[in-house]
Design a binder for this molecule. Structure first.
Ligand SMILES: CC(C)(COP(=O)(O)OP(=O)(O)OC[C@H]1O[C@@H](n2cnc3c(N)ncnc32)[C@H](O)[C@@H]1OP(=O)(O)O)[C@@H](O)C(=O)NCCC(=O)NCCS
Length: 188
């Protein structure tokens, strides 16, 4: 059986490995949805090592890493700061990135990783978690909805020279739902 991923906070030492993982997971996730060149441009703008190092050093952002041994298999970024007007919950925190490598999906790791995000949100003093998601990313939307997130509005997301309108989801940190290991969903 594959051992569960280990989860920890990222540091500057992770910049190179995270740049590779962020690139890989972005291209895996959106390859069927958008133009190859637009995806490549986005990756070049956001996931080169200096940009990732700046993210890891950003005091407004907390990066969690999920690893299989020495290999990174997922990352999440929690960001404090500006919030769309549709987010009205108290003490909001953005789940800015939440990505697993394709090979690590579909076996409960996303759920475990979301538990770690919830714990980190508690540590950071947040009461609400919100996120924007690409409207064609049906798997992620299903995942968030089945864990209790609800759409509360929309936001503009510039990509490939266009403006996409992404649904915005939010939930109270304590209301994130987790499935029991072998049973139906329940309130955590
Ligand atoms: C969205 C994402 C994080 C979800 O992670 P995941 O590992 O696939 O999620 P899980 O395996 O925990 O759950 C997915 C399904 O697998 C099933 N599953 C299989 N084994 C499971 C287990 N041991 N425990 C819980 N669920 C399990 C569940 O039925 C679950 O279905 P549900 O979401 O309808 O409840 C992941 O698919 C991903 O990284 N996708 C690409 C990046 C992306 O789209 N990110 C979001 C950007 S906004």
């Amino acid at each position: 059986m594959t051992p569960p991923l280990t989860i920890r906070r990222g540091t500057l030492d992770d910049a190179e490995a995270l740049a590779l993982l962020a690139t890989r997971t972005f291209l895996e996730t959106y390859r069927d949805f958008e133009e190859v060149q637009d995806n490549a441009d986005y990756v070049a703008d956001h996931f080169q090592v200096p940009a990732v190092a700046a993210l890891l050093a950003d005091p407004q952002a907390t990066t969690l890493l999920a690893a299989s041994g020495a290999d990174l298999a997922g990352y999440a970024v929690l960001r404090a700061g500006s919030t769309p007007s549709c987010v009205t919950g108290e003490k909001p925190l953005q789940l800015e990135r939440f990505y697993l490598a394709e090979a690590a999906t579909g076996r409960g790791e996303g759920t475990r990783f979301l538990r770690a995000v919830q714990a980190e949100a508690h540590t950071l003093g947040a009461l609400t978690v919100w996120l924007g998601v690409y409207h064609r990313n049906a798997r992620a939307i299903r995942f968030y909805e089945s864990r209790g997130f609800r759409q509360i509005g929309e936001r503009d997301f510039p990509f490939g020279g266009k403006i996409f309108v992404d649904p915005v989801y939010a939930i109270a940190v304590d209301e994130i739902r987790f499935p029991q290991p072998n049973g139906p969903s329940r309130e955590s």
